[in-house]
Design a protein around this ligand. Structure first.
Ligand SMILES: Nc1nc2c(ncn2[C@@H]2O[C@H](COP(=O)(O)OP(=O)(O)OP(=O)(O)O)[C@@H](O)[C@H]2O)c(=O)[nH]1
Ligand SMILES: [Mg+2]
Length: 352
């Protein structure tokens, strides 16, 4: 029977990259894997566009968490199983989300029992966040980081390529002890290490359907949500000459936003900056907080003239000020490159 797995996990832990890598691993292992990107913006999402540009079998559910659009989710699952031949569908939820175990798994189990087999409830984390939990340095994020892991049947410690074997062992040991109900697997979505084993677990094991008390809607939940703002913008830039370096533009923009956020004493756990040209060429930069290096997960092969740009992210900063700050950076950096900017979609709102 057809399978479905929720892929939860904190902002920037690598859910999208991992789901994309699993669709490719599926091709190698002879299993048809499809992915759904879910986020709160009403417009098309950077994650979905990025996965599509990369050639992955991808679709999106926008506007609200899949926790609150079960009928749309079931309809999408049916079409992916019946029309696209998917055997395993993976869907993420917004990266600060908790509660999908109850709101998605238990709802599907109760109301749509014949829709699919529920694969282990999967939560992705990364070394940087595990380190924070181990050292009790997660601060305002402690409730969300911990609660997401409490919901897991399967904890995927992603980005194993970034740590030594010794550190990895220590982190897995910590996670196994702290979350004894969950199985822990270390993988790298980028190098591919551990993906075959992960896909095996997702296609052979089933969700435990445990029901931990996560204090959903309670004081700690409200306090965490009130810190978070969401940002979705799409605009278009054009330049007269054909020497515009789209890669450098994205990196400069990410750097400018990072410096502005840092100056304000705020943080921005993940901002995705995706740019694409009409001929299908694209680049993606990731801003992962104020202290990490800015990474380009994909780069343009040649200079550009016209680009669509999508900025999607989540910050620990009030929405109106975030909007002002990012808009100022877009204006400044675009001017430095002598670009003409046409903004056509923008949403910025707080989660409190
Ligand atoms: N080194 C390394 N980097 C990775 C790995 N997986 C993902 N990344 C990088 O981590 C960053 C965030 O990855 P995403 O897949 O966008 O993270 P996400 O969990 O989907 O983030 P949100 O959509 O904000 O919740 C990107 O720069 C990725 O290239 C990995 O296995 N190793
Ligand atoms: Mg993502």
């Amino acid at each position: 029977m057809n399978r479905f797995a929720v892929v939860s996990g904190f902002l920037g832990s690598g859910k999208t990259t991992l789901m994309m890598a699993l669709t490719q691993q599926g091709i190698r292992d002879g299993i048809s894997v499809s992915m759904i990107s879910n986020d709160l913006g009403n417009q098309s999402l950077a994650d979905h566009r990025y996965a599509s540009l990369s050639g992955c079998p991808a679709s999106e559910l926008v506007g609200e968490c899949i926790c609150y659009q079960t009928e749309n989710l079931v309809e999408r699952l049916r079409s992916l199983y019946e029309e696209k031949g998917a055997k395993l569908v993976l869907s993420d939820i917004p990266g600060f989300g908790v509660g999908a175990l109850e709101h998605v798994y238990h709802t599907l189990h109760r109301d749509y029992p014949s829709c699919c087999i529920l694969a282990p409830f999967t939560v992705v984390t990364e070394p940087e966040r595990v380190r924070q939990l181990m050292k009790d340095e997660a601060g305002d994020l402690a409730y969300l980081l911990d609660t997401q892991l409490v919901e897991a049947d399967l904890i995927v410690l992603n980005k194993r390529d970034l740590v030594s074997e010794d550190e990895l062992k220590e982190m897995c040991g910590y996670l196994e002890k702290k979350y004894p109900e969950a199985q822990v697997l270390a993988v790298s979505a980028v190098s591919g290490e551990g993906l075959h084993g992960l896909l095996q677990v997702l296609t052979e094991q089933e969700a435990s359907m445990h029901r931990p008390d996560i204090g959903y809607g309670g004081e700690a939940f409200q306090a965490s949500m009130s810190l978070i703002s969401e940002y979705y913008q799409q605009y278009h830039v054009s330049v007269c000459c054909d020497t515009f370096d789209g890669n450098a533009y994205l990196k400069d923009l990410a750097q400018a936003i990072r410096e502005s956020i840092r100056e304000k004493g705020a943080d921005l756990p993940h901002l995705k900056l995706l740019a694409f040209s009409e001929d299908g060429d694209y680049a993606k930069a990731d801003l992962l907080g104020i202290s990490r290096e800015i990474e380009l997960a994909h780069t343009f092969a040649k200079p550009c003239t016209d680009l669509g740009v999508m900025l999607n992210g989540s910050a620990l900063y009030p929405a109106d000020e975030l909007d002002e700050l990012i808009s100022a950076c877009v204006a400044l950096v675009s001017e430095n490159y002598q670009l003409e900017v046409t903004s056509f979609k923008k949403e910025c709102f707080g989660m409190g």
